[in-house]
Design a protein around this ligand. Structure first.
Ligand SMILES: O=C(O)CCC(=O)C(=O)O
Length: 276
């Protein structure tokens, strides 16, 4: 029996490669979390600039608390089991009336993790709908294997190398519409992307990218993870600490190490490297 998700949500995830919306916290709690994230952005603009939004959960307690939120962890365990590692996180923010978009892609193509059983919750801190450029997913695409991607390095593309799946049946895409405090979860191989934010409101979401079991292996760089739950029997990974306070020494060091590792992994074999 699933503990947080309904059996219907679990079945939907396995059948279609995503599940949404899932209630995580109240809109008031999401607003409080958003205010903490914005306060951190205001206090440390360089450390949380648009080109520096990876792995903030390692150094900022507000994102750490989201990454270890019992409802998120419970939903993840309903899908991948009790032993859970967290690989990383990304703040996916789109400014009002901005041109940034995320091209159609599969996460499994660039994270270096095998097997492709990891999953990514995306927690909404603001509304996320078509007007604001919510995630769109292609139902069932996780079952079709890895699709050919090419690097575009498109200027407005938020992905590191602008990696893009060539032919996508966009008419089949489903909008993952979320209210603040809700999340979607997508599978490592689900083809997904998102359009620009046409609204007057900022769109803010935290991608917890990704949770995986202890059988996961990093094929390119170091396998740096946090232990979220279980994993007592060990595995082939290096454990990073949770921050005790915002920007404590161990947390900043862990984030620097994880970000440097990601740069090696995400740009492996790329013809150029961007600032994020
Ligand atoms: O936030 C977005 O628009 C895209 C997020 C995404 O691609 C992901 O979480 O894997």
């Amino acid at each position: 029996m699933p503990k947080v998700l309904t059996q219907e949500q679990v079945d939907h995830f396995h059948e279609f490669g995503y599940c949404a919306p899932i209630d995580v916290m109240s809109e008031d709690d999401a607003r409080a979390l958003k205010l903490r994230v914005e306060a951190a952005e205001a206090a440390y603009p360089e450390d949380l600039s648009p080109t520096n939004r990876n792995n903030t959960h390692l150094a900022y307690t507000c994102v750490d608390e989201a990454a270890h939120h019992p409802v998120i962890v419970g939903a993840v365990s309903d899908l991948i089991g009790e032993d859970i590692l967290l690989y990383g996180s990304v703040l996916f923010f789109k400014e009002p009336k901005s041109t940034g978009f995320v091209s159609w892609h599969q996460d499994a193509t660039y994270m270096g993790i095998e097997p492709h059983t990891f999953i990514t919750p995306w927690l909404a801190l603001t509304p996320s709908n078509p007007q604001l450029g919510c995630i769109k997913a292609i139902p069932g695409s996780h079952k079709d294997g890895i699709r050919l991607h090419h690097d575009t390095f498109g200027e407005d593309n938020i992905l590191t190398r602008g990696q893009t799946v060539a032919e996508v049946d966009e008419a089949a895409a489903v909008d993952l519409i979320l209210h603040p405090g809700q999340m979607s979860i997508h599978h490592a191989r689900t083809v997904h992307g998102s359009m620009p934010n046409h609204s007057n409101e900022r769109r803010m979401g935290i991608a917890l990218q990704a949770y995986m079991g202890p059988d996961s292996r990093q094929m390119i760089g170091e396998h740096l993870v946090q232990v979220v739950q279980g994993c007592d029997s060990g595995g082939d990974f290096v454990v990073l600490p949770r921050p005790g306070t915002d920007r404590d020494e161990a947390g900043l060091a862990a984030r620097s190490r994880a970000n440097a590792n990601w740069a090696d992994i995400l740009y492996e074999g790329a013809s150029k490297v961007r600032a994020y």
